[in-house]
Design a protein around this ligand. Structure first.
Ligand SMILES: [Zn+2]
Length: 402
């Protein structure tokens, strides 16, 4: 038996007036998702909860059968670090380090004007040269996304950081890092010092002088968030007895895969956006299944459309995922024994433009099991499915037929 999970990030939504009270999933043409729902069984899955951050890392951990209340260490830093091949020791703290645009005391852009990787590497190398020590190490990543590792027992994750995309247009001074208790005091002092001291150094760098001349936003400040320590996760193979692989353009997901011992499959042209290589992902998934039992395919595009509040883009992302990825997989596996599931990790409703705790619709079709009476795949139809409402961490057991 081959197991395939297709995860459309942020795909589910709420009824929209401009869609005559329907959701993007209800409006989109998606015959292949509907095939899975019609021939399989449906239900709703609780993947996010108010007591934890509403992040894709938490939601995907639950879908993969790992309870974040037990295994999550506080932020995305260690997941992204792992995906970049950065080895963390047990007590190291990894943080996401953005290059941002500061203007007149305001956080103007979380991405430093979408600075290029080549430009960013020069800037991160400069701050490493100026601020790096045996305890403080900067690691350049892709675009505006980088990693800072703190290696000393003096530092702590008891700090509150604001994700920069959540505080655009707000004052830097009001949003600096704050200690949650006494143990976080020294860490927040250090990080705030790095943030404030980075500005004059970055601002006068030739990379930014060139950007300014061309009328582009400059990447003139560091910003830290997502602090956490190395995760200690039991391996997927030991947990479920399956050899598996994961396909995603997003470092957060790739980091989870590395922790779980799932092979990370690279797909040329996978962008994490609407122009991603859907066919390539399908082909690589089929290839991965020749030597493995399980493949998890993550597609970021619907979530990006949700954050942009663009309903047409969201419908297009769902239709592309359905036709160009799921359709291709179902066609090439015709006649074989398989279990295939489709679901989002969480909702990113167009009207709120961020992640919510709404339970998400899921459908599982298996060639060896009977279906229920649900005829199509959507938020409302899945609610009537025979699985009912389930906790996110139960999904893997349902997939495996338990
Ligand atoms: Zn997500």
């Amino acid at each position: 038996m081959k197991y395939i999970v297709i995860l459309g990030d942020g795909m589910s939504d709420r009824p929209l007036r401009k869609l005559n009270g329907k959701t993007p999933l209800e409006v989109a043409k998606k015959p292949n998702m509907d095939f899975i729902a019609r021939n399989g069984r449906c239900g709703l899955l609780k993947t996010l909860s108010e007591d934890m951050p509403l992040g894709s890392d938490i939601a995907n951990l639950r879908v993969l059968g790992y309870d974040p209340r037990r295994y999550y260490t506080g932020g995305r830093g260690p997941l992204e670090a792992m995906s970049m091949g950065i080895q963390l020791r047990k007590d190291d703290i990894a943080l996401r380090c953005n290059l941002i645009t500061e203007e007149n005391g305001i956080l103007k852009d979380y991405s430093g004007g979408h600075i290029s990787t080549e430009e960013a590497i020069e800037l991160i190398n400069l701050v490493e040269e100026r601020f790096g020590t045996r305890e403080i190490k900067f690691h350049p990543g892709v675009g505006y996304r980088h990693i800072l590792v703190l290696r000393s027992s003096r530092y702590s994750t008891a700090i509150r950081c604001n994700p920069p995309h959540d505080i655009m247009g707000k004052k830097i001074a009001d949003n600096l890092i704050k200690p949650l208790n006494e143990s976080g005091r020294e860490t927040s002092r250090l990080l705030n010092k790095l943030i404030l001291r980075s500005k004059p150094i970055l601002e006068s760098h030739p990379v930014n002088l060139r950007r300014k001349k061309k009328g582009k936003l400059i990447a003139n400040m560091l910003w830290f968030w997502g602090a956490g320590k190395r995760l200690e996760l039991p391996r997927f193979k030991e947990r479920f007895g399956l050899n598996g692989a994961l396909i995603s353009a997003v470092n957060l997901l790739r980091g989870i895969a590395v922790y779980l011992g799932l092979d990370v499959i690279d797909v040329p042209g996978a962008t994490g956006y609407l122009d991603t290589n859907y066919e390539g992902k399908a082909e690589m998934a089929m290839e991965a299944l020749e030597t493995r039992d399980f493949v998890y395919i993550h597609v970021e595009a619907p979530d990006e459309a949700g954050h942009e509040g663009d309903v047409n883009k969201k419908i297009k992302a769902i239709e592309d995922l359905d036709k160009r990825l799921i359709g291709k997989i179902l066609n090439s596996l015709r006649g074989e024994e398989l279990t295939i599931a489709v679901l989002p990790d969480h909702a990113t409703p167009i009207e709120v433009r961020t992640h919510t705790t709404d339970p998400v619709p899921f459908a599982i079709y298996s060639t060896e099991r009977k279906g229920d009476s649900v005829e199509s795949y959507s938020e409302r139809s899945a609610e009537l499915g025979s699985y009912g409402i389930k906790e996110g961490t139960e999904f893997m057991n349902l997939l495996l037929g338990g």
